[in-house]
Design a binder for this molecule. Structure first.
Ligand SMILES: *Cc1c(COP(=O)(O)O)cnc(C)c1O
Length: 396
């Protein structure tokens, strides 16, 4: 096996690139995988080498071979100018905001944004003198009317966190660029495999790698991909100045996750859709919020812009008392209840975003539950939910 430089990877298709990128067995004593390199100090051979700062690595906070390998693999997937890796998805959301915004700038944020990103905007960014306002995720090109002379950045996410509204990213990006603003997008739901965010005009694209990249619920990690070399330099400099660094074990496990990601996503997409369709015909369920379903309000945009769907969606139950919802979720055998997703195991998470939205109203008309479909057999998952619905009906 010969080393394939990043440029050379482009001639291969995506699944092949996921297997090849970020590996160089010649450099790893022949072993298939890039090893875990731990370290803070890097030694120099001579005074001249030290003075010239010629070494490939200078200090542990500036990167290491394990992290480099991950960056190469991520870059071949994202198709931008470069990627930085952060120790959580949340830091991957906040770092590009810190890198691009200054006191006196204005930031526009989608009202369906991942809640901790909103908390950062409301907290640290406002304290630093950044103006923050929100827009309806379905606004499309109408976002033009919300720009101020100092609007510097538009933050978007597709589909909406928990609620799955499908924004028109190309329209939002094109208006933002006309107005001279940068577009930052949280692309965690689709991953670069199902949505090419840079091609749609996104300048800085975020992944909570904790989800499908890692795939096994055992690492927190985040990534930011920059569309242009200038933006990559900006984000890399901020990363270095802040001293953001990722443990090499975590970089290794993420790289390992990426090798099987295309397969997992293909399987989970199909299982997610099967479960969504099954849930839609249940009498207990009022609505299923999943943009890949033909009758979803966001379906046309999803079909136009996305090449697939991950296995995360939500359901709205017909109104039932709290204790009936508890009877449903408290005794599920296969579905765990907890935050995060993208692992091999199925999850449920009751949610309510009516209390913190500011420019749109969230009135689903019944209790809402977010569902993540893992790699279990879907017949077993249906049985588990069927038992849950029976308990729920009995508890009304
Ligand atoms: C989970 C998640 C994050 C944050 O990732 P962590 O690694 O948990 O910090 C950011 N955005 C979205 C859409 C997420 O689902």
């Amino acid at each position: 096996m010969k080393k394939v430089p990043l440029e050379g990877l482009k001639r291969f298709r995506e699944r092949t690139r996921l297997v090849l990128a970020g590996r160089d067995p010649e450099d790893s004593y022949g072993f298939v995988n890039t090893p875990i390199v731990r370290g803070s100090t890097v030694l120099y051979q001579s005074l001249d080498a030290f003075m010239a700062r010629k070494a490939r690595y200078m200090y542990g906070t500036m990167g290491n071979p394990t992290l480099d390998a991950l960056e190469v693999a991520l870059n071949s997937m994202e198709g931008g100018a470069g990627v930085v890796v952060c120790p959580s998805g949340l830091l991957a959301c906040t770092l590009p905001l810190l890198a691009t915004l200054s006191s006196g700038d204005h930031l526009l944020v989608t009202d369906s944004v991942y809640r901790p990103t909103r908390n950062f905007a409301e907290g640290m960014l406002k304290r630093m003198g950044v103006e923050v306002s929100y827009y309806d995720p379905l606004i499309g090109a109408g976002i033009a009317s919300l720009f101020r002379p100092n609007t510097k950045v538009v933050f978007t996410e597709a589909p909406g966190s928990q609620t799955f509204e499908m924004p028109d990213i190309p329209a939002i990006a094109s208006v933002s660029h006309e107005k001279g603003a940068l577009v930052i997008m949280d692309n965690t739901w689709a991953t670069p495999l199902f949505f090419d965010s840079h091609a749609a005009g996104v300048d800085l694209s975020i992944q909570a790698g904790t989800k499908y990249y890692v795939g096994h619920s055992d690492v927190l990690i985040g990534t930011v991909s920059a569309r242009t070399p200038e933006l990559y330099k900006l984000i890399r400099t901020t990363w270095e100045q802040l001293g953001v660094i990722v443990a090499p074990e975590d970089a290794f496990l993420t790289l390992r996750g990426i090798r099987t990601m295309a397969l997992r996503l293909k399987e989970q997409q199909a299982a997610g859709l099967e479960m969504a369709r099954w849930l839609r015909q249940r009498p207990e369920v009022k609505r299923v919020l999943h943009p890949a379903l033909e009758d979803d309000p966001g379906h046309a945009i999803w079909k136009r812009d996305f090449t697939g769907a991950s296995s995360l969606f939500s359901i709205v139950l017909n109104p039932v008392p709290h204790k009936a919802v508890a009877a449903l979720v408290d005794h599920l055998v296969l579905f765990g209840m907890g935050a995060s997703w993208g692992g091999y195991e199925s999850l449920v998470l009751p949610f309510d975003c009516s209390t913190y939205r500011t420019v749109t109203r969230w009135e689903p008309g019944g209790p809402t539950i977010r569902i993540h479909i893992g790699l279990e057999d879907t017949e077993d998952l249906k049985q588990d939910l069927d038992d849950g619905f029976r308990r729920m009906t009995a508890a009304i």
